[in-house]
Design a protein around this ligand. Sequence first.
Ligand SMILES: [Zn+2]
Length: 191
Amino acid sequence: MLVMAHGTDQAAPGALELVREFVNTRDAELGTDRLADPRAAAAWMGEHGVPGGGEPLAGSDLERLAAVREALRALLLANNSGVSPPPDALETLNGQAAEAAIGLRFDAEGAALVTRCDGVDSAIARLLSVAHEAMRDGTWRRLKVCPADDCLWAFYDHSRNRSGTWCRMEECGNRAKARAYRERRRRAADR
Ligand SMILES: [Zn+2]
């Protein structure tokens, strides 16, 4: 079977690419998770310049990272379908932002979101402040998650009118269409 790699044209602009790569640390299609154990998670954080990876990570840290990741995925799925994000995902992000003690720091250039914590708190603060920045500059709405149940891959929608739905039309889109077609036929046969 030919395995199609996810396209390289799906990258998000600037720092937002970090959030996309973070969401894609779990690959539903391959059943892999790059944050599944402390050593792999620290390596990923180091590779991506995420603070907090230099310190030993505990199991509870990994649980927090996974909770943030899946809440962000829920928001990106909502970006794709144009509905409101699920309240439990927002609650998770609010809880994690509070725990990471994200605050505002003013300097001569303006103000930025910072965290007074280290370890996994600083990692979560970085990820959430990048998301916040993207919400302000308008790029957030183009960061989407593919709605195919067995895909859920995060991609940046570069289409002119922000109409992209699938991460790979030829695979995820056609698979979903074929499934819908089979269901319609089944329902018709049941009548
Ligand atoms: Zn997909």
